[in-house]
Design a binder for this molecule. Structure first.
Ligand code: UDP
Length: 342
């Protein structure tokens, strides 16, 4: 089922018309990253079945492709085995993106996060495993936790905080997802790949569940202040959703990616303070930047990570990946998107 293509051809194919159009099941396809993936798949000639329970996903995200003849939308959950079984049966490829994400959501609804992320992946892998359907499992840079060194490499040790700190439950749930996918690959030869998404940003992302870029841009467009948590010296590297989606598509074209884990992230590491300044300068240089404590933002017992950046050597060597957009371009894109929605 998997095409034999070279690494350099894979990234090109990801954006071009595929010679043999395939049907993808995209769980979480009405979410921020999922909807961009669906749009890119339809644009190159593939078909997409979206399974989304619209908990954090929104139909509005799929508005640009609403009514498309090669798009099927199912409102349902990945926890529903019968629904997943029937959708996987009709798909050639599966991208499993449905998950409870966002630091705010994880802190507020830890039980839901754990159940959705662990059981949902279990169900999807089980159905793909029965049929040998190639699958992409979305994981997260959160699994590196506080990190033993940065930039993070896929085979690095991970360092999570105590289980009493709610934030780490998300990382633990994604680690279980990774172990499950790798085990399916080892035991049954299931063509499963894992992508660890780093901070991914772009149009359609909302700040409701914590994501910093739409929050800062939204605050700036309202006249401020921009609220930086802690002292703002913590850093992140932001990747454009268009690049991330291209990487996911390319990974599914390369048999060598099977059974492996890949960092998918942006090139430029910046402190959150610098990010706030760049947003301010882009929207209105007179806006105030305010530091507020983590406790005020997330309640007691919250732990942040001081640095997070991806080593993407493996992704580059496997699919010839190079991010096409830096932070300034990303911010311009997000500002335009949020202005358009005002
Ligand atoms: N952050 C912030 N203000 C906000 C939201 C987030 O300063 O309104 C900080 C947050 O504490 C973290 C960084 O921005 O250090 C990125 O947060 P986000 O929730 O987007 O992603 P994370 O990388 O923490 O998963």
């Amino acid at each position: 089922m998997e095409n034999a293509v070279t690494a350099s051809a894979a990234i090109e194919m990801a954006g071009e018309n595929s010679e043999t159009p395939r049907t993808w099941l995209v769980t979480g396809g009405a979410g921020f990253i999922g909807s961009h993936l669906v749009e890119a798949l339809l644009a190159r000639g593939d078909s997409a079945i979206v399974l989304d329970d619209l908990s954090t996903g929104r139909l509005e995200n799929l508005a640009p492709v609403a009514g498309h003849e090669r798009l099927e939308f199912i409102e349902g959950t990945v926890l529903d085995r019968a629904e997943v079984a029937s959708a996987v049966a009709r798909a050639d490829v599966v991208a499993h993106l449905a998950a409870a994400v966002g630091v705010r959501l994880i802190v507020d609804q830890p039980v839901k996060t754990l159940e959705t992320n662990i059981h949902g992946t279990e169900v999807v892998l089980h159905e793909c495993g029965r049929r040998g359907t190639p699958v992409f499992i979305a994981s997260s840079s959160e699994v590196y936790g506080k990190g033993v060194r940065c930039p993070f490499r896929e085979d690095d040790d991970v360092l999570l905080g105590a289980t009493t700190r709610t934030r780490w439950s998300y990382a633990a749930s994604k680690m279980v997802d990774e172990f499950l996918a790798l085990s399916w690959h080892r035991e049954s030869g299931l063509p499963a790949r894992i992508g660890r998404f780093f901070n991914t940003v772009g149009p359609r992302q909302v700040g409701w569940y914590g994501m910093v870029v739409p929050r800062f841009v939204g605050q700036a467009l309202k006249g401020g202040p921009i609220t930086v948590y802690g002292d703002g010296q913590q850093s992140r590297a932001f990747g454009h959703v268009g690049d991330v989606v291209r990487a996911v598509m390319a990974l599914m074209e390369v048999p060598a990616s099977s059974g492996r884990v890949f960092n998918i992230g942006g090139p430029e590491e910046v402190t959150i303070r610098t990010l706030a300044e760049r947003v301010r300068d882009l929207v209105d240089p007179s806006i105030e930047i305010q530091c507020i404590s983590y406790e005020e933002a997330y309640g007691t017992g919250f732990e942040d990570m001081t640095r997070r950046a991806a080593d993407t050597t493996r992704l580059r060597e496997t699919i010839g990946f190079a991010p096409s957009r830096g932070l300034d371009e990303i911010l311009v894109d997000v500002v335009a998107d949020l202005r358009g929605r005002e």
